[in-house]
Design a protein around this ligand. Structure first.
Ligand code: ATP
Ligand code: MG
Length: 214
C-alpha cells in the first residue's frame, strides 16, 4: 500500500546540521497544519534506542563491531522503527521527518566501512522494502566545517564519530554519490548556509518535489 503521509529523511555526516534542520522543518510544516512526527536513527522506538546504545557506546567487553555486524544491528533497529513508528504514522497520513535512514548505512557501513553495496541493498530490500523515503535531503558540508561545529557542541565522541578522518571523508563522498545515483529521491543542500536559509532551501525542495504540500 502506498504511503498516505510523506516520508522525508535527512542525511549527511556528523555535525552538518541534520537535527537542527529536522526541528525547524517540523515546526514549519506544523504551522502549515501538517501532522508531523520527528524521529531519528538509530533509535526512535525503545527497542531501537537500546540497539543505538549497543552500536554507539559498546562496552569494553564488546570491544566494537565489525562492519557487517554493525550493519545488521542498524537494520534490526531500523525494522523495529519501521514496524512500530514510521509505517503506522505514514498509514495514518502523518508526515515523518527522520534524522538519518538507510542512506547512512550505505555511506558509513558500505562506502566507508567496506561492506559491499550489493549486500546492503539486499538487506534493505528485505527490511525496508517499499517504505523508501519520498524525499531525502542530503546536507553537504566540508568535513573541516562540520568538525568545527561539533567541537563547539558539548559531548564526547561516540564509537562512530571517533573513527579516522579518512573514514569520515569516505562517508561524505558516499553521501554525494548516493544523491547522484538517486536524483529523483535526493536533493543536495549546501549546509554551510545559516539555519534559517538552510530551512528555506529545504522547504523549497519539499514544495518542488512533494505533491499536496499546502
Ligand atoms: N546551518 C547551521 N549553521 C551553523 N551552525 C549550525 C547549523 N546547523 C546546526 N548548527 C550547529 O552545529 C552543531 C551541529 O548541528 P546538529 O547537531 O544539528 O548536527 P547533526 O547533523 O545533527 O550532527 P550529528 O550527526 O552529530 O547528530 C550544533 O551546535 C548546531 O547548533
Ligand atoms: Mg543530530
Amino acid at each position: 500500500m502506498p504511503n498516505r503521509g510523506r516520508f522525508i529523511t535527512l542525511e549527511g555526516g556528523e555535525g552538518v546540521g541534520k537535527s537542527t534542520l529536522a526541528a525547524e522543518l517540523s515546526l514549519r510544516l506544523s504551522r502549515r497544519g501538517v501532522d508531523v512526527i520527528r524521529t531519528r536513527e538509530p533509535g526512535g522506538t525503545p527497542g531501537a534506542e537500546a540497539i543505538r546504545k549497543l552500536i554507539l557506546t559498546p562496552d569494553g567487553e564488546i570491544g566494537g563491531w565489525q562492519p557487517m555486524a554493525e550493519t545488521l544491528l542498524f537494520y534490526a533497529a531500523r525494522r523495529d522503527h519501521l514496524d512500530k513508528l514510521i509505517r503506522p504514522a505514514l498509514e495514518r497520513g502523518s508526515w515523518v521527518i527522520c534524522d538519518r535512514f538507510s542512506d547512512s548505512t550505505r555511506a558509513y557501513q558500505a562506502a566507508a566501512g567496506g561492506v559491499s553495496a550489493g549486500d546492503v541493498e539486499a538487506i534493505d530490500r528485505i527490511c525496508v522494502g517499499v517504505t523508501v523515503p519520498d524525499l531525502t535531503l542530503v546536507l553537504d558540508l566540508p568535513i573541516a566545517l562540520a568538525r568545527q561545529r561539533m567541537t563547539a557542541r558539548a559531548g564526547a565522541a561516540d564509537a562512530i564519530e571517533s573513527r579516522l578522518l579518512s573514514y569520515h571523508e569516505a562517508v561524505h563522498l558516499g553521501f554525494l554519490e548516493i544523491a547522484k545515483a538517486n536524483p529523483q529521491r535526493c536533493a543536495v543542500l549546501d549546509a554551510s548556509a545559516n539555519p534559517q536559509s538552510l530551512a528555506d532551501a529545504a522547504m523549497a525542495a519539499i514544495d518542488a518535489r512533494l505533491d499536496g504540500v499546502r
